[in-house]
Design a protein around this ligand. Sequence first.
Ligand code: DC
Length: 270
Amino acid sequence: MAARYCLLTNGRSNSHNSVKSYFDEVAKPATFAQQFCTSSHDECIRRSFITLIIAIDGPAGSGKSSTARTVASRLNALYIDTGAMYRAVALYCLDNNVSAETVVSEITLGLEQSADGVNVFLNGKNVSARIRSQEVSDMSSQVSQIASVRDLMVNQQRALAAKATSEGRTVVMEGRDIGTVVFPSADYKFFLVADPRVRAERRVAQLKEKGEDAEVSTLLSEIIERDKRDEGREHSPLRKASDAIEIDTSGLLFEDQVDKILGVISGNEG
Ligand code: DC
């Protein structure tokens, strides 16, 4: 998919061949990050129509969800959490004690951006909290291996992005196969990784915040097991697209990983 760049200035439309040219010609001397952080630039951003597809993939605990959410918010883009969609299918199977293969056509999903992520609607019901349980995590890893489920999800993800870009919105989509399968021609692709132990420690900290206790060693084995399943599955295995930029977040501060991505998009970092 080719990127579309258009800036409306005082009612006039100016086209730019690349994001870099937009920033060089229009946004100078402010940096990209400042542009999207500084409230005095809000009007400029509101009037800009730069629609990009930004793919952020990686394994669980690599920091991709929080990073993708923040990048989307800084770009005033639509954030699409594709893992939440697989989780909703998994919840449906658990609630109804059915296999995803047989019921996938009965499932209607809705995603709505919220202040802290996405609200997910399963056949009209808000299931945003319920899809985050451990039971659903385990089941989602299983349903995501089924080809008919993946086909439906991929079609819905493309439709959501097409609607947003047709309305002039950039899309930040995160998952496992966005850069390889859903949008192989995404404008920007990032693949976040982190040491499994660091990922297990992050998960323990997250659970602690919710008042739940967990052992690093237990979570570490679960993470390794899930990675194996995600990387080894037949359909759309988790892997880095050859043209994706890999970011190892093990030793990075959160703000640094966000800035790294924004830096690449602005053309300030290669
Ligand atoms: O990112 P997450 O942990 O919420 O994802 C839940 C499950 O869905 C996980 O097992 C991987 C799978 N998934 C997938 O196969 N493809 C995606 N694009 C997103 C998630």
